[in-house]
Design a protein around this ligand. Structure first.
Ligand code: 8YV
Length: 338
């Protein structure tokens, strides 16, 4: 009897969705959130045919070299800076993400953070909870309105577009910068105008970061970029820690060179730069932009779909829906496991 292929799921997700692997695979699903050391991770994946992992699992050439049977790494996230895609491709291992499963939820959350920072919701709640509300003056807690102001978006992928679409309802002008312009039909649909990065920085009243973390985008917003922004502007990072130089941001906020920031992601998270924690004009959340029930279930479904399909089963048999390196599939001969 041929052994069934083996799948490792690195973190607890939704058992009813993961159970869809059972007809085809031997599944080992971690019952607890664990931060695996590189050595532990290598051991976990060594005898696997497929793995479903999260952002804290970094997989590159060294890990793949120790997992000769591995055929797919299904990432539970749209961003995949935890994977060395070139190394996986070179080893003939497919990689997938969850593009499409979380865009709308992340866009909703982006607006919650943007408005929360603009209207000082975190700060006001802390003040109320601290028992300081004995009455407010008419001129207390003045925030910034979004209507009529300019929303800038850096990174116009699916999430950037979903953020832009919502701006119409808030009566904002939308400008964006992306390495390449999106098709004109999409620009019209999002009512967004392409500008160069300098204009984006100088004219945005609200700047949303929605770009992937790559070597090129590391510190895309550093001291020099912050200096070009309006002192009345609000920066929103729902993309990745490391895109913003958090130390430079804390300094700009402390010196009043930027009105406020809303941050869901941090350099070195879960550790947060202590200078940011001291500031009142920063709204902070622990990397939860995709944490809605629908989005997280959708992400799990997509990861499972990719694995099942790669092994020739299910409705997408042979055509995993969100493969990042399709050249691997083209090179591989079709296999169907029993
Ligand atoms: C995480 C994310 O995957 O999709 C991404 O790129 O950053 C998130 O959705 C999620 O927080 C689980 O770690």
């Amino acid at each position: 009897m041929t052994a069934r292929p083996r799948v490792w799921v690195s973190r607890p997700t939704f058992p009813d969705i993961v159970a869809r692997l059972d007809p085809y695979f031997d599944v080992v699903a971690e019952p607890r959130e664990v931060m695996f050391s590189p050595a532990e991770l290598a051991t976990k994946i060594a005898d696997c045919d497929a793995v479903i992992v999260g952002l804290k699992e970094r997989i590159g050439a060294a890990e793949v070299a120790k997992a000769p049977r591995l055929r797919i790494v299904a990432n539970l996230g749209v961003g995949y800076d935890n994977l060395d895609l070139a190394a996986l491709t070179a080893a003939g291992v497919a990689a997938s993400n969850t593009a499409g499963a979380l865009d709308e939820s992340v866009a909703d959350f982006t607006w919650a953070m943007l408005l929360g920072a603009a209207r000082r919701i975190g700060e006001a709640e802390r003040w109320l909870r601290a028992g300081q509300w004995h009455g407010t003056r008419f001129t207390d807690w003045l925030g910034i309105d979004v209507r009529g102001r300019t929303l800038g978006i850096l990174g116009m992928g699916r999430i950037g577009q979903a953020v832009a679409r919502r701006a119409v309802g808030f009566g904002m002008q939308v400008i964006y910068h992306n390495r390449s312009r999106v098709p004109q039909a999409l620009e019209s649909e999002c009512r967004a105008r392409w500008v160069d990065k300098d204009e984006l920085l100088r004219t945005s009243d609200f700047l949303v970061l929605a770009l992937p973390l790559t070597p090129e985008s590391r510190h895309a917003i550093g001291a020099a970029e912050l200096a070009r922004m309006k002192p009345t502007a609000v920066l929103v990072n729902i993309a990745r820690g490391g895109i913003v130089d958090d130390a430079a941001l804390a300094e700009a906020l402390a010196q009043g060179r930027l009105a406020a920031a809303a941050l869901d992601v941090f350099e070195g998270e879960p550790v947060v730069n202590p200078k940011l924690l001291e500031l009142d004009n920063v709204l902070l959340s622990p990397h939860i932009a995709s944490a809605s029930l629908d989005a997280r279930r959708g992400m799990t479904t997509m990861a499972v779909d990719n694995v099942v399909a790669l092994f020739g089963h299910g409705p997408h048999a042979g055509h995993p829906p969100t493969i990042l390196n399709p050249e691997v599939l083209a090179a591989a001969s079709p296999t169907t496991h029993p």
